[in-house]
Design a protein around this ligand. Structure first.
Ligand SMILES: Nc1ncnc2c1ncn2[C@@H]1O[C@H](COP(=O)(O)OP(=O)(O)OP(=O)(O)O)[C@@H](O)[C@H]1O
Length: 259
C-alpha cells in the first residue's frame, strides 16, 4: 500500500471499528549489536531494512468490530504476540497504521505490567490505577480480585517471589476486572492449573456476553473454538487468512497439522 492508500483506508474504515490495522509492519533486530543509532531515527535510511533486521510482521491489514472474539493462530515465532503488542500499543508500527478506539486490558506477558519488587497488594493498586480505576473503586473490588486469584496469603509478598501460576492468577484476576472494552489474552493461561483455567474461561465468557472485544492467542484448538468467531492466521509475519475460526483452523491444520 502507498502512503495515500493507507490514509484513504484510515479515512474510510468503518466508523464502528474498535481496532483498525492498516498495512502494519514491525521490524526487529536479530542481533542486539545491529542497533539503530539516534541519527538513523531521523534519516530516510532508517526505513530500509538493515543487516540483522527482519520483519516480524508485515503488510497486516484488518478491522475489528466491537464484541468480536478473535483467535490468532500460527506456529511459534510467526508474529502472534507481536500482533497483540501492536494492538495493546506497547510497540509502535515501523510501517502502516494501528488505530485503537477505547482502552485495552492486556494479559500479554506473564509479568506484563506487574512490577517485580512491589507486593501483590501494591501491584493490584498500580495496575488498576493505571487503567483509570479510582482508589475507592479498587478498594471496593480488592477482596473480590484476591478471592478470584486465591492467593490471599501472599498479599504482601513481592510479585517476583510468586510461582508462575500464581503470577498469572493475580494478573488475570486484575486484568479481567478492568472496565476496558478490549481484552487481550496471550497464551499466559497455559500455566494455570485446570481448575483455575476453567474459572478464567468462564470469566472470559461473561466478558464476551457483556459485549467486550477479545483477542486471544492460543495453541489450543478447543479453546479457540470455544470463544472465537473469527480467526487470524499468521505465517512468516504475514496475515495469510482472516476468516471464520473453523475455516482458519482447517487451513492451519492442513498446512501444519499432525497427519
Ligand atoms: N523484542 C524483540 N526483539 C527482537 N526480536 C523479537 C522481539 N520480540 C519478538 N521477536 C521475534 O519476532 C518474531 C515473532 O515473535 P512473536 O513472539 O510475535 O511470535 P509468536 O507467533 O507469538 O510465537 P510463539 O507461538 O512462540 O509465542 C520471532 O522471530 C521473535 O524472535
Amino acid at each position: 500500500m502507498t502512503q495515500s492508500d493507507i490514509a484513504d483506508r484510515a479515512a474510510t474504515a468503518p466508523q464502528t471499528a474498535v481496532i483498525s490495522v492498516t498495512d502494519a509492519g514491525i521490524r526487529y533486530r536479530r542481533n542486539r549489536r545491529a542497533r539503530r543509532n539516534f541519527k538513523d531515527l531521523f534519516s530516510a535510511r532508517a526505513r530500509k531494512t538493515r543487516p540483522g533486521e527482519f520483519w516480524a510482521l508485515r503488510h497486516v491489514t484488518f478491522d475489528v468490530q466491537p464484541g468480536e472474539a478473535i483467535g490468532v493462530v500460527g506456529r511459534n515465532g510467526q508474529g502472534k504476540s507481536t500482533l497483540l503488542k501492536l494492538v495493546a500499543e506497547v510497540v509502535l508500527p515501523d510501517e502502516g497504521r494501528v488505530g485503537v478506539r477505547g482502552g485495552v486490558a492486556p494479559l500479554i506477558e506473564i509479568t506484563g505490567g506487574f512490577v517485580n519488587d512491589l507486593s501483590v497488594r501494591e501491584n493490584v493498586y498500580l495496575t488498576a490505577g493505571l487503567h483509570g480505576m479510582k482508589r475507592a473503586e479498587i478498594q471496593a473490588r480488592f477482596d473480590e480480585i484476591i478471592e478470584f486469584a486465591e492467593i490471599g496469603d501472599f498479599l504482601d509478598t513481592p510479585y517476583k517471589h510468586l510461582s508462575s501460576g500464581m503470577k498469572v492468577r493475580i494478573a488475570f484476576a486484575v486484568v479481567s476486572r478492568l472496565e476496558e472494552p478490549i481484552i487481550l489474552v496471550d497464551e499466559v493461561l497455559a500455566v494455570g492449573d485446570r481448575a483455575f483455567k476453567e474459572k478464567c474461561y468462564n470469566r472470559i465468557e461473561e466478558l464476551l456476553a457483556g459485549g467486550r472485544t477479545l483477542f486471544i492467542v492460543s495453541h489450543s484448538e478447543k479453546d479457540l473454538r470455544r470463544f472465537c468467531s473469527r480467526g487470524l492466521y499468521l505465517d512468516k509475519g504475514e496475515l495469510v487468512l482472516d476468516a471464520p475460526i473453523a475455516d482458519v483452523l482447517d487451513r492451519y491444520n492442513a498446512d501444519y497439522g499432525v497427519k
